[in-house]
Design a protein around this ligand. Structure first.
Ligand code: PLP
Length: 399
């Protein structure tokens, strides 16, 4: 008997399992629609021009210990402005605790740990469905989860009535995780009016809104527009938490650049909360690498580079919207008897196609097209070159 006999393999992450199956397939025209990453028309990852420009600017800087605090606080302030607004009082008055985090995942993990430490009996309410790792993150922080209604399989849109019921029926002062834009995996976002109602009800119930901001810019192409939900809550006077990721909207997937911010009533609270968050991070990994943070900081604070970034975000979002329209039109042209309106109604990186697990299997086996079992299509992997092939394959398996 050895030390590790009782250790069995961990369950596979659903997206990594798709990537593995994709990589093992020798077919030259295979398509990976699993991972939520933006690709060019060759299906290759891209480095944004704004990142190249920022690289050039920081190449001369040396990341000495003495400069890292300055880089980090600049990064946190710029990140906070992006979600709460350039002129927001909370940022101007320093009424928030913010720290750099290991991308969106790390920001969520830090918050979950903070929640457990200071609200030991609380739960987290997650939308049904949500990014699968949300379940794991709060579970590993020992915070029990509940789900709230979100998606309606018949309309392939929002189940607003059931969502509001769940918000109303949750105990007062509950923690809720919300996707402010480009919901993963459904691509379904509440309208501004619906956000308004959700925010009002949160106020009545004294719930805490924790926003996971992983795709700012990807829903509308406009970073400000995509922060609308957060601004609605802000205007209503909520204290808010935000986990921000720059993985998708700056194409910095592997660099792990993120920010966690928590709004506070005053500066004294902000100082206390920040010190607690820093302490949680310090026992897990110290602090994240500084290079990615310096890159993002440069992009956000240099007006010319920032303008390039805004254009590139717009381009990526528009490209995804165009691919949505093309898939839908192609399916309609092929004479599909099914309704594909949801492909263009949904927004952001993902299309919750409504394909059944069996149809998803057929797409992989017969057409070398890979996606998660829930029928989620990562639109970032749909290109001008593969879109007709994809539409045809979807038609074949659903006809
Ligand atoms: N939150 C959501 C909703 C996501 O979809 C993702 C990534 O897929 C993340 C967080 C984590 O992103 P990151 O790669 O920045 O850790």
């Amino acid at each position: 008997c050895s030390w590790w006999d009782h250790v069995t393999p961990a369950p596979k992450d659903p997206v990594n399992a798709v990537t593995e199956a994709f990589l093992a397939d020798p077919c030259p025209y295979k398509i990976n629609l699993g991972v939520g990453a933006y690709r060019d028309d060759e299906g290759k990852p891209i480095v944004l021009q704004c990142v190249r420009e920022a690289e050039g600017k920081i190449a001369a800087t040396n990341f000495l210990e003495s400069t890292s605090t300055a880089v980090s606080s600049k990064f946190v302030e710029e990140s906070a402005k992006l979600v709460y607004g350039e002129d927001s009082d909370v940022v101007k008055e320093g009424r928030f605790a913010g720290i750099q985090a290991l991308s969106g995942t790390g920001a969520c993990r830090l918050f979950a740990e903070f929640q457990k430490r200071f609200f030991p009996d609380s739960r987290i309410y997650l939308p049904d469905p949500t990014w699968s790792n949300h379940h794991n993150i709060w579970r590993d922080a020992h915070v029990p989860e509940r789900t709230f209604h979100y998606y309606h399989p018949d309309s392939k849109g929002l189940n607003f009535v059931a969502l509001m019921d769940d918000v109303k029926n949750a105990p007062d002062g509950s923690f809720f995780l919300l996707h402010p834009c480009a919901h993963n995996p459904t691509g379904v976002d509440p309208s501004d009016e619906q956000w308004q109602q959700i925010s009002s009800l949160f106020k009545v119930k004294n719930h805490f809104p924790f926003f996971d901001v992983a795709y700012q810019g990807f829903a509308s192409g406009d970073l400000e527009r995509d922060a609308r939900a957060i601004r609605i809550f802000l205007e209503d006077g909520h204290l808010i938490g935000c986990a921000q990721s720059f993985a998708k909207n700056m194409g910095l997937y592997g660099h792990r650049v993120g920010c966690l911010s928590v709004l506070c009533n005053n500066k004294i609270q902000a100082v206390a909360i920040k010190s607690q968050l820093q302490q949680i991070a310090s026992t897990m990994y110290g602090s994240p690498p500084i290079h990615g943070i310096a890159l993002v900081s440069k992009i956000l604070s240099h007006p010319d580079i920032r303008a390039i970034w805004h254009k590139e975000v717009k381009f990526m979002a528009t490209h995804v919207q165009r691919m949505r329209a093309t898939v839908r039109e192609a399916l309609e042209k092929l004479g599909s008897p099914l309704n594909w309106q949801h492909i263009t109604n949904q927004v952001g990186m993902f299309c919750f196609s409504g394909l059944t697990p069996n149809e998803v299997d057929l797409l992989a086996k017969e057409f070398h097209i890979y996606m998660t079992k829930d029928g989620r299509i990562s639109m970032g992997g749909v290109t001008a070159k593969n879109v007709d092939y994809l539409a045809n394959a979807i038609h074949e398996v659903t006809a």
